[in-house]
Design a protein around this ligand. Structure first.
Ligand SMILES: [Zn+2]
Length: 149
């Protein structure tokens, strides 16, 4: 199949089982993009399609945590709502927290974060809970960010 050849010509097999995309990478999303069947697509989705999965809606998640990995065995497709709950646990507060999420804060969350700090929560805990980096938490607490609330 053409897609499979295309992917293997632009990827590297690693000893840990990951197959890393070596072609064009989307600047903001951090995953590979390749023109396939007439339009640019997430290469992980192409990998899943080539592995026999039907084209379904949803978000591709690498179980190995590597955004460049296109090994279909490391990829799963989840429903967008499940993905939101995992990735933005404070904004969509169902399910477990996950590190490295990037929550979009809003004013009430910022106020809540400052209150949490007042009752003694650590910066590292706030960072995890709100899905923003520790430096962002410090900026928020010192009112360099979100001054107005
Ligand atoms: Zn992998």
């Amino acid at each position: 199949m053409r897609g499979r050849e295309l992917l293997s010509s632009k990827s590297i097999q690693c000893s840990d089982g990951c197959v890393l995309w070596n072609g064009y990478v989307h600047k903001t999303c951090g995953y590979g993009v390749q023109k396939f069947m007439g339009m640019p697509r997430d290469v992980r989705r192409i990998a899943l399609i080539c592995a026999g999965m039907q084209h379904k809606k949803g978000v591709v998640i690498p179980s190995c945590g590597n955004r460049l990995c296109i090994n279909p065995a490391h990829l799963s497709l989840v429903n967008r709502q499940v993905w939101r709950e995992k990735r933005f646990p404070t904004v969509f507060p169902i399910g477990a927290g996950e590190k490295n999420g990037r929550a979009r804060l809003n004013e009430s969350l910022v106020r809540k974060m400052r209150k949490d700090r007042d009752v003694g929560k650590k910066v590292s805990e706030l960072s995890e809970e709100y899905g923003v980096s520790e430096s962002t938490v410090r900026e928020i607490l010192s009112k360099n960010l979100w001054k107005h609330c």
